[in-house]
Each structure stands twice: as structure tokens, then as C-alpha cells.
Write a protein that binds this ligand. Sequence first.
Ligand code: S3P
Length: 170
Amino acid sequence: ERMPDLSRNIVLIGPMGSGKSTVGAALARRMGRPHVDTDHFFVARHGSIAEYFVQRGESAFRAEEERVVAELLDAPRPSVISLGGGSVLSSRTREALAEQLVVMLDLTEQQAAQRLGDGSSRPVLGDDPVTAWRRIYAEREALYRECADVVVEPAEGTIDERVDTIVRAL
Ligand code: S3P
């Protein structure tokens, strides 16, 4: 049987709304690891992402996001790390992910529509969140799959059930 390399970080990637932050926090608790969320870290350091986009633009955000991700992947002990949905756009980040145990959380467009609300905290979604989400998903799906060691198919169910699925898949 294939054994997971538990000396590595477990890194959650995937589209907006896939549950990287909530499922990541629960997975970390289950595994007794620290949870690190790159969006939360970004906000703690720079303030709101929406505001950052307005003030400095997306390319400045991506450059800073790449720095934050590199810093956090270098965690002092094996952690569960939830990445912002656009992190995989960076080739430097994709290279760094090759060293990690990477889990893609997938979701359907219907689930995204339920979970994203009005999209206001996510500037890339603009004022038609579901249409934007669909376009962004199509642009990034191949990158997520290329980086992932494990793909968790879209699932309903509680957060604990989703954690069970991930633990079994590791
Ligand atoms: C983004 C996703 C967001 C956040 C930012 C941009 C994206 O993170 O990093 O709003 O481009 O997909 P979540 O995936 O946690 O929503």
C-alpha cells in the first residue's frame, strides 16, 4: 500500500468556494497539525484583498501572494496549508508544490453558486460571480490537476465527512 509522506505539508488547492479554508482547518485539527491559510495571512499583513486590488491591482497582488505562499510553505513543522484559489497561476509556486503533498478540492458550478454569495470579498469575481467563476475554473482546472497528488471529487456532506474522504485518500 502507498504510504503518504507525513513529513511534508498537506497543501489544499482548488477553486474559490471549494472549502480550502474550512476543510483545511478541520483537517488540521484532525491531524494535530497547525493550519495555515495564505489568504488570512495576506489579510493580516496587508489588509483586505478587495482593497489591495483597488489600490495596487491584480499583478501586485499576485506578486505579493507568491511571496507569502513561499514563506508559508517553508513552515517549521508539517502543517495543513490552504492556498488562495489563484496561487497556482505562479510557476514558482507550482514548482514549490512539487515538494508537497497536494490535495485539490473540486466542486461543481452549482455548489459554487451556493457558496460564493454575492462574491463581494473576492475581487476577481466582479459583479457576475457565477459567470466569472465558470471562466476562471476553465482557465485554471488543468493547473490544479497538474499540481495535485490527490483530487477530491465534488461532494456534499458535512465538513467532517469531507475530512474523512481526504484522510482516506492520502
Ligand atoms: C482568488 C481567490 C481568493 C483570494 C483572492 C483571489 C482567486 O481565495 O486569494 O480573492 O484568484 O481565485 P479563495 O480561493 O480562498 O477564495
